[in-house]
Design a protein around this ligand. Structure first.
Ligand SMILES: Nc1ncnc2c1ncn2[C@@H]1O[C@H](COP(=O)(O)OP(=O)(O)OP(=O)(O)O)[C@@H](O)[C@H]1O
Ligand SMILES: [Mg+2]
Length: 235
């Protein structure tokens, strides 16, 4: 594949052509700071809300807001635990034959509500039996598909199709700025145009580790305001 500035390619053996540049943002100090920041924000909000609840006003409303912050913290911690397991080689893939279309349908059904809310049209053209670790691939696909949904505009199209040995997940959403692309899989990294969308920037870090464990190459091709294509090698 020819390398263009708006493409980043990951090979399972060495973790990616851009690995050197990623070392900076993947370093331990960056990580500890990012974790502290990610958890500090909801904790500060929780303490403020707790104060309001203690004063006895707007109790139900305040508790509802507190629940949202706590759920977000729970999700971040769950994802961090998964990431650290993947990094410590504890995860040994268990490969079985599966129908890829069924797996994709399962993932899509989990995001049914969001797809309806945004009135997205999801086209799926996949007809393949593959041999893989179902659980691990499902987590990777869920992260990639949830991004396609989240970063799509209202009434957008999402196209998921398999061509020979490549699965392509395509959206026509906000895209990723070229300068953010090289760091996009680093933990907690979010592009400059993603701030109005909720998220913690852990999804693609998890995808990268899973695909490395499964020895699958993948690539991100993205153009701002045009959309994003993920190319994923299917075994
Ligand atoms: N399909 C996409 N379209 C546009 N930008 C994307 C897309 N997928 C990923 N990105 C960019 O990459 C960043 C990292 O993605 P990632 O999935 O890791 O984090 P997130 O979606 O922000 O949060 P979460 O941890 O909840 O997944 C996003 O913040 C966004 O800037
Ligand atoms: Mg995401």
């Amino acid at each position: 594949m020819v390398l263009k500035p708006d493409v980043i390619i990951f090979y399972p053996s060495n973790g990616g052509i851009f690995e050197e540049k990623q070392i900076l943002s993947d370093s331990k100090t960056f990580f500890v700071n990012a974790v502290a920041h990610e958890l500090f924000t909801p904790i500060t909000a929780l303490l403020g809300l707790l104060q309001i609840a203690k004063e006895g006003e707007y109790v139900q409303e305040t508790l509802g807001k507190m629940e949202k912050h706590l759920k977000r913290m729970q999700r971040i911690i769950e994802q961090l635990v998964l990431l650290s397991k993947l990094e410590q080689q504890e995860y040994i893939p268990e490969k079985v034959k599966i129908n890829l279309k069924i797996l994709i349908d399962e993932v899509i059904s989990e995001y049914d509500k969001k797809i309806k809310q945004k009135n997205l049209f999801v086209h799926i053209k996949v007809n393949k039996i593959i041999k893989t670790d179902t659980e691990a691939l499902k987590i990777a696909l869920a992260n990639l598909i949830s991004n396609a949904i989240k970063y799509s505009n209202q009434n957008g199209d999402i196209i998921i199709h398999a061509k020979k040995d490549t699965l392509i997940i395509e959206d026509k959403g906000v895209g990723i700025p070229e300068e953010d692309l090289k760091n996009i899989t680093a933990r907690f990294y979010r592009a400059s145009n993603a701030r109005t969308f909720s998220g913690s920037g852990l999804g693609l870090a998890i995808v990268k580790h899973i695909l490395r464990k499964l020895s699958l190459s993948w690539a991100i091709h993205s153009i701002v305001d045009k959309g994003t294509k993920i190319f994923l090698e299917i075994p």
